[in-house]
Design a protein around this ligand. Structure first.
Ligand SMILES: [Zn+2]
Length: 327
């Protein structure tokens, strides 16, 4: 199945079973000579069927197509090796490409366990970190990427596409901008009825600060057709950027209030005091699925890092866990 966007641009909805994001929008620029497929879906059979089925219906021969990955997350990159033709280029930023090549399936050795322990996860919960979908559905092969960076241009099907570096959601996230047609392929940089997850990363400081800066960076472009990697478009890109920034501001104030009321709170417990909406409903922290807790606590930690770097909060380590205080 596929949907027509305009001209030679199409989207294939790829289901993400069990994931609150529901679907990935894989975009296709179709051209007789060489087509481009932007983002792929998880490395799992349901995704493969949907994507390869849609590509077949569109008449795309993957031997004459290249792949563009907006960022390293498994719902965007997982299927790339399975659908790539032998000579297909797989574009990704160097930052995310190197992380993908280094980190395939290896959480436990990468320091994430001690990081998540320091936020207040129990040992029982930490033993399941490898089950996170981001780890399970990554691909295990093909890392001969073609690196692209800010300002590079690629051309497919009559579209000149400029790469815009937008670090934040991942350290090397990029968007693609077609200036002549005022179209932007957004990846997960701007999503419309779900807020892109911002979390902490080893070797990438101040993710929330980077993210907000990257929202400003794309605000300077004139965008008529914003194309997010999940869900539909419900307002203009400029309106959505304003709402996302406001959301993070509200979240920060909520955290500061909770820290004032609970001096020495951990990131884990602080997350339990926030309001979270999963699948359109407000969830209590107790019923929160563990798979979503990694995201929630990571997001809280990213906000705390933003505040720490700007001297708005301080923290103390008790040998296992960080405790946070307002200044
Ligand atoms: Zn993502």
């Amino acid at each position: 199945m596929y949907n027509h966007i305009e001209g030679n641009i199409y989207t294939i909805p790829v289901p993400l079973p069990g994931n609150p994001l529901k679907e990935l929008n894989s975009y296709v620029i179709k051209d007789e000579r060489r087509s481009l497929v932007i983002d792929t879906g998880f490395n799992m059979p349901e995704c493969y069927e949907a994507l390869s089925g849609g590509l077949d219906e569109l008449g795309i021969d993957m031997q004459r197509a290249d792949l563009f990955l907006t960022h390293l997350h498994a719902d965007h990159t997982g299927l790339a090796p399975a659908i790539a033709g032998r000579d297909s280029k797989i574009y990704i930023s160097q930052e995310d490409g190197e992380r993908l090549a280094r980190g395939l399936g290896k959480v436990k050795g990468s320091g994430r366990v001690s990081e998540y322990r320091s936020y207040g996860f129990s040992e029982e919960e930490l033993s399941h970190l490898d089950d996170a979908p981001s780890m399970k559905y990554q691909h295990k092969e093909r890392t001969d990427f073609t690196y692209v960076g800010d300002g590079d241009t690629i051309a497919y099907g009559g579209h000149r596409l400029q790469v815009i570096s937008t670090p934040g959601h991942t350290p090397g996230h990029v968007c693609l901008y077609d200036k002549a047609n005022r179209i932007m392929f957004l990846g997960d940089h701007v999503l419309f009825n779900i807020t892109p997850n911002i979390t902490t990363w080893p070797g990438f400081d101040d993710p929330l600060g980077h993210y907000v800066h990257s929202l400003m960076d794309i605000s300077i472009y004139d965008v008529r057709v914003p194309l997010p990697a999940h869900r539909a478009v419900t307002c203009t890109m400029a309106e959505r950027i304003g709402t996302i920034i406001e959301h993070h501001g509200t979240r920060i104030r909520e955290m500061l209030d909770a820290m004032d009321a609970n001096p020495g709170i951990t990131a884990y417990d602080l997350s339990g005091k926030m309001t979270w909406r999963v699948r359109g409903k407000t969830n209590s922290w107790e019923d929160f699925p563990l798979a979503q807790k990694w995201f929630a606590v990571g997001e809280t930690a990213a906000h705390l890092e933003y505040l720490l770097r700007r001297g708005r909060v301080r923290r103390e380590f008790d040998g296992r866990v960080w405790h946070y205080y307002t200044e």
